[in-house]
Design a protein around this ligand. Structure first.
Ligand code: ADP
Length: 249
């Protein structure tokens, strides 16, 4: 693959905690525009990998390339500026703000204007228009004036994605978007994830294989910190070795 066609590439990426190799020599390519999923049983090293990609923890060795640029030593904020955004598995949203305020602030921040500017522009600006459009696309239009703390959990997870999308990412890292979401709200979350714009490359980190099979066009399987298998949905969903790994959990 030519570099220009890759949104993300890791080369021999490794992370050790003490003597324990949580990620071991991971070389992964994510094509531009792909819907790529990284799956693996609990403890496989998925969270560690996403933390290395985003720069939350430094790699022990190896390289991270974002859109053909080596970002291994670039800060978290620098990676966001270069087009990488992530959602968080843990709810870190501002409970007392509304979705429109939350996303509006993120857009203002992206434009380099910051919170003070947002409070001045009030209700009549391009920022509000953009925030409304984004929230509507994420099925949050009807609740955009609610206090976030009062939203159903599935809507809170969608707001996390909307917040990441407010950065206008080229690569979006989704960390278990449906984790903990009650059954009756799961479809909302899945629909919105599937409706994300095609020009945004998505790497979905997920434990739930069903979600992955309906979403992804390419799947990498992580087991005990190493890449174990990679292929299309058909290939991975019928691979007896992958099934065995999950059954053995
Ligand atoms: P997953 O997200 O696939 O469940 P993790 O990346 O959270 O996997 O964890 C992989 C392994 O690395 C686990 O055995 C975990 O205990 C270990 N690990 C993760 N972070 C740390 C850390 N900061 N210190 C020590 N061990 C860690």
């Amino acid at each position: 693959l030519a570099h220009q066609t890759l949104a993300l590439q890791t080369l021999g990426l490794s992370k050790s905690f003490g003597g324990f190799r949580a990620n071991s020599d991971i070389s992964l390519c994510v094509a531009r525009g792909a819907r790529h999923a990284l799956i693996g049983p609990n403890g496989a090293g998925k969270t560690t990998f996403i933390n290395l990609l985003t720069g939350v923890v430094p790699a022990t060795s190896g390289t991270v390339r974002l859109l053909d640029e080596d970002v291994t030593r670039v800060s978290q904020q620098g990676r966001v500026k270069r087009g990488m955004a992530r959602t968080y598995q843990i709810n870190q949203l501002f409970a007392d703000l509304t979705p429109i305020e939350t996303v509006g602030l993120a857009i203002a921040e992206r434009e380099g204007a910051g919170a003070r500017w947002w409070s001045r522009v009030g209700q009549n600006s391009a920022v509000v228009d953009e925030a409304e459009a984004l929230l509507t696309r994420m099925k949050l239009g009807e609740v955009m004036m609610w206090r976030t703390a009062t939203l159903p959990y599935g809507k809170q997870r969608l707001l996390e994605i909307a917040l990441a999308m407010a950065c206008k990412p080229k690569l979006l890292l989704l960390d278990e978007p449906a984790a903990g979401v009650p059954e009756d709200e799961r479809h909302d979350v899945l629909d919105s994830v599937e409706a994300l714009p095609q020009d945004v490359t998505v790497l979905l980190i997920e434990h739930d294989m069903e979600l992955v099979f309906s979403f992804a066009d390419r799947i990498s399987v992580l087991v005990q910190g190493q890449l174990f298998a990679e292929g299309g949905v058909e290939e991975i969903s019928t691979d007896p070795r992958v099934k065995a790994v999950y059954l053995g959990e």
